[in-house]
Design a protein around this ligand. Structure first.
Ligand SMILES: Cc1cc2nc3c(=O)[nH]c(=O)nc-3n(C[C@H](O)[C@H](O)[C@H](O)COP(=O)(O)O)c2cc1C
Length: 260
């Protein structure tokens, strides 16, 4: 009887020992899977291993790497579309009112071309507006004021703050041809910002009534000697106003030549 109790006791003890060994053997597997999900789901995203973020990363083994791979490829992928060109700025000056060959206009010829550049590239823009708008809205009077400014080599002030230029690598700069030259207010902009524009690519564009680019590129280069000046574009003001489909094609082809 005593012997049989002893035997039963030994058997029970052996069973308990086996069970506890089996339990110990399974623990390393749990730790391993916990640390796997930790490294795949957390360290690659930089999220702390404690708290809420860890809970949101819980998933099946196949879900976690897929998510991580998507995050990685998202950050590595090149942005597409206009957002990709956010380091471009378009600076322009343009007048409404009575203009040569187009009558009374609500949107300036140069502004129309500027908007086409913005549409295609997603560029930011800055419109040069006179601090005091003393420019007449009748063509003849405007030509007189502009002639006077040119003869005085004036530097009319513009309104507002120029955006932080450090964020742009390329700046398109456009204006109407006034008396065979940039309007004098543009020289104010060039001279005020020549240092900040150094090292950037500047691309001029004009609208005109027959004079084309009128040396905008060379004059820009002289005013901003530290910059690289790209090939400019001249658009007839009457076309900007009245033939916008064909002007858009021309503008887009020109932009394509710069890789936009
Ligand atoms: C003051 C003034 C001077 C101008 N001088 C010239 C010129 O020398 N050569 C030219 O081809 N067009 C000249 N134009 C015509 C403008 O360049 C043209 O109409 C331009 O498209 C106007 O653009 P905006 O509407 O953006 O101001 C002149 C216009 C004005 C108002």
């Amino acid at each position: 009887m005593v012997k049989s109790f002893k035997r039963t006791g030994v058997i029970l003890l052996s069973l308990l020992l086996l069970l506890s060994l089996a339990a110990c053997g399974s623990q390393p597997e749990q730790k391993e899977s916990a640390s796997e999900s930790s490294s795949a789901g957390i360290s690659s995203t930089g999220i702390s291993s404690t708290g809420e973020s860890q809970d949101t990363k819980v998933g099946t083994a196949s879900e976690v790497p897929a998510e991580t791979a998507a995050e990685t490829s998202e950050s590595a992928a090149e942005p597409e579309g206009p957002e990709a060109e956010a380091d471009i700025l378009v600076v322009y000056f343009s007048r409404t009112g009575e203009q040569y060959g187009v009558g009374e206009i609500d949107k300036g010829n140069t502004a129309i071309v500027a908007d086409m550049i913005i549409d295609k590239t997603g560029a930011d823009s800055f419109e040069i507006l006179p601090e005091e708008d003393y420019y007449p809205y009748t063509y003849d009077e405007l030509t007189d004021v502009a002639k006077q400014e040119q003869s005085e080599n004036a530097r009319p002030a513009y309104a507002g703050d120029v955006p932080d230029l450090t964020q742009y690598s390329t700046v398109f700069i456009g204006a109407p041809v006034w008396w065979g030259d940039w309007p004098m207010i543009m020289y104010t902009f060039f001279e005020n910002n020549a240092d900040a524009l150094a090292g950037k690519t500047l691309i001029p564009f004009s609208t005109h009534a027959g004079s084309g680019l009128s040396g905008f590129d060379k004059k820009l280069s002289s005013a901003c000697p530290g910059s690289t000046v790209g090939e400019g574009l001249a658009i007839a003001g009457t076309d900007a106003q009245n033939n916008q489909d064909s002007v858009r094609d021309t503008v887009n082809d020109w932009l394509t030549s710069f890789g936009y």
